[in-house]
Design a protein around this ligand. Structure first.
Ligand SMILES: [Zn+2]
Length: 244
């Protein structure tokens, strides 16, 4: 099923979302306003920007006043995330298979991983190590994913499905009606156990193309600790650098 990862959550009781703008200290800031049955106003800043949660009954003027009061904090957080999104300098810490690694610039053309450091070979014209990190992940994603697909397909007694690598930022995996599975190379930043959950989830779709109790029963059989893995992935997803 080609569903975004978030859609696996139980449906929230009536949430209304809209995209809005507000001027904070001279900068026009876009934000996502989600109204729901919650009791208080809350907001967060992450790689997707500013998000505001508010009760259904609170007026927009009240919400905007609160945002202006917190304008300095919001803008600082946004600036931090933007910087994080653009540059992966030498010395930056990145997650590789769930472990923090310090990025270094390789002297030659060969990238390697050693002693908690990722030495990455940047190409001419590349200002930072972002593109080299993406190449590093992509090159190692296919063999790992294929091995894990074969493992879980074997557990379920089905043939190993064809794999396509994707670059999806939050749709970690998907399975279409033809039984082809797509997995995002970005998963290579996760612990192998979490990658296994996504693989097991998609393999389970080869039997059940839905998220019914029957589907989750298959997931449970393949990967008993699926609930914790799903939560861990949601948490981690917000912390990953925004690589192109
Ligand atoms: Zn699914």
């Amino acid at each position: 099923m080609a569903l975004p990862f978030e859609s696996f959550a139980r449906p929230a009781p009536r949430a209304l979302a809209e995209q809005r703008h507000i001027e904070l200290q001279g900068e026009v800031v876009a934000y996502r306003l989600v109204r729901s049955a919650r009791r208080s106003i809350g907001f967060s800043v992450d790689r997707q920007g500013l998000r505001v949660g508010a009760p259904l009954s609170v007026g927009l003027a009240h919400i905007e006043n609160l945002l202006r009061q917190q304008g300095e904090w919001i803008r600082e957080k946004l600036t931090l995330w933007r910087a994080h999104a653009v540059l992966l300098e030498a010395g930056t810490v990145c997650l590789w298979l769930g472990q923090p690694h310090i990025l270094r610039r390789a002297a030659g053309r060969v990238s390697r991983c050693q002693d908690g450091q990722l030495e990455l070979a940047a190409r001419a014209g590349e200002a930072d190590l972002g593109a080299a990190f993406v190449r590093w992940c992509k090159a190692r994603a296919r063999p790992l994913f294929l091995a894990r697909l074969a493992h879980y397909a074997g557990c379920l007694g089905v043939p190993t499905p064809p794999l396509r690598l994707s670059s999806a930022k939050s749709r970690w995996g998907s399975c279409n009606a033809k039984g082809e599975i797509r997995l995002s190379w970005r998963l290579m930043q996760f612990d192998p156990q979490l990658i296994d959950y996504v693989v097991a989830h998609e393999i389970a779709h080869l039997r059940e193309m839905n998220h019914s109790p029957r589907f989750w029963a298959i997931v449970h059989q393949l990967y008993p600790d699926w609930r914790a893995a799903r939560q861990a992935i949601r948490r981690l997803a917000r912390q990953l650098p925004q690589l192109t």
